[in-house]
Design a protein around this ligand. Structure first.
Ligand code: ATP
Length: 436
């Protein structure tokens, strides 16, 4: 069985559309650039990624609590965070073909890659935040921004969380939610989009312990990616050089993945010092420092941040899982997704429609037990296997004529193609074990 991980951007985009993972948003109107809708399987995969992330970051001795902040943000928040002043990319236009580019991704000494003519405009800074107005007035006071990251709502709610719950530093506030960036050139499918979801953890600790917790979270994130089962050769942790660091950041390490279009950032892990809480204290006039009752000391907590995009991680997982092989002379495409992430855990297939009624009983039983299962009685069993392989279903359970007598089904493994006969009563515990 020859297996290849021949994932290309085109193949993954096509599979996502064909199988209902991801659709171009508003495609019946020609599409909205850099904006995507998630279909049934995409939602399931995303939810499994998010569940795993929450499970991973909340398993440690220190508390990590969740927040769901608003998408619309007060302009003063973005002033304090530095986004209003600095959150921009350099932009340049080709005066010949009118195409627009990020100037830091081009060599402006060379002609335009699109039309071959060298005729650039001056480089301008382009603000990446989406601006909007609240209410009927369109004056400066009513200006608000769609958040370009979830982190700032965590910082602005730091006092609310510490005074309304029993958490004590060191602890973390985590958030999963939408962020918006008006990227100049959205590209590479889900990699760079204008509306996306982030999973961010802001971990608050005393200045003395901040280096220790930075190292600890680095290790914990390594363990997370190990558990995801991503191909080790395509994953690396890259420490930022001093000249790459934001002025307030002590250390930063990017988790990078080798996409078909090169090594790119997947997650950022940063020691942010006390920059954020200090900025918000100064701008709001509210003291956001923390009083530690056990040591009788007041200090501004330091922050370790772990920030990853759900969409970018989903794309990574799809690239990593994409496989093509040859089964009995027939080309097969499949997703080698782990059972924890796969949108569907098992498919129940009656060999013929005559057996549907009893096979359906197994399907309903598994559904009621909380498994994500599909029932498929259409077409040859081989075709049905292919359909499930392509969406990454780890196992198919075939109910055949023998099942009527021995109360067993044949369970076929997506990756090894091995088949085993197991009792219908044992299918639920079999699937449970698979997902563990
Ligand atoms: P990049 O350099 O790729 O633009 P960044 O350094 O600006 O990323 P951060 O601000 O650190 O990104 O955001 C944290 C994470 O959020 C990124 O590692 C990525 O997974 C995700 N992310 C950021 N921007 C986008 C985007 N436009 N589309 C999809 N995901 C994004």
């Amino acid at each position: 069985m020859a297996t290849s991980t021949a994932a290309t951007l085109e193949k993954v985009v096509s599979l996502c559309k064909r199988k209902g993972f991801v659709f171009q948003s508003c495609d019946i109107y020609g599409g909205l650039n850099g904006v995507y809708d998630f279909g049934p399987l995409g939602v399931a995969l995303k939810n499994h990624i998010k569940d795993l992330w929450i499970k991973e970051i909340t398993q440690f001795p220190e508390d990590v609590v969740m927040l769901d902040g608003a998408l619309l943000g007060h302009q003063d928040v973005w002033k304090a965070s530095g986004h209003l002043e600095n959150f921009s990319d350099p932009m340049v236009d080709c005066m010949n073909c009118k195409k627009r580019f990020r100037a830091d991704e081009l060599d402006l000494e060379k002609p335009c890659q699109s039309c071959g003519v060298k005729n650039w405009t001056d480089v301008r800074q382009f603000m990446l935040m989406f601006q909007t107005q609240l209410g009927a007035m369109s004056d400066k006071a009513s200006t608000a921004y769609l958040r370009p990251e979830t982190a700032q709502t965590i910082f602005t709610n730091f006092k609310n969380v510490t005074s309304s719950t029993r958490v004590k530093v060191p602890f973390g506030i985590a958030q999963i939610g939408k962020s918006f960036r008006n990227e100049i050139t959205p590209k590479q499918f889900l990699f760079r989009v204008r509306e996306f979801e982030q999973m961010e953890l802001e971990f608050f600790c005393s200045p003395d312990e901040s280096d220790k917790f930075f190292d600890l979270w680095l290790q914990r994130r390594r363990d997370f990616y190990k558990k995801l089962g991503l191909n080790k050769e395509n994953l690396r942790f890259r420490k930022h050089k001093p000249n790459e660091l934001a002025h307030y950041s002590k250390y930063c390490t990017d988790v990078e993945y080798c996409f078909p279009f090169g090594w790119k950032e997947l997650e950022g892990i940063a020691h942010r010092g006390d920059y954020d809480l200090t900025q918000h204290s100064n701008h709001s006039g509210k003291d956001l420092s923390y009083f530690d009752a056990t040591t009788n000391k007041k200090f501004m907590p330091h922050v370790v941040e772990c920030s990853v995009g759900v969409d970018r991680l989903m794309l990574t997982i799809l690239f990593d899982a994409y496989r093509e092989d040859n089964v009995k002379g027939e080309q097969r495409t499949y997703l080698a997704l782990s059972p924890t992430l796969a949108p569907i855990t098992a498919a129940i297939l009656p060999l013929t429609k005559k057996l549907s009624e009893n096979a359906h009983k197994l399907f309903i039983d598994l559904k009621q037990k909380g498994f994500s299962v599909q029932f498929d009685e259409a077409g040859s069993v081989g075709k049905r296997y292919r359909r499930q392989d392509e969406i990454g279903t780890p196992v198919c359970c075939t109910y055949d004529f023998d099942s009527e007598n021995d109360a067993c089904v044949t369970v076929r493994n997506r990756d090894t193609l091995a088949q085993e006969r197991i009792s219908i009563d044992a299918v639920a515990s079999y699937l449970q074990k698979l997902k563990a």
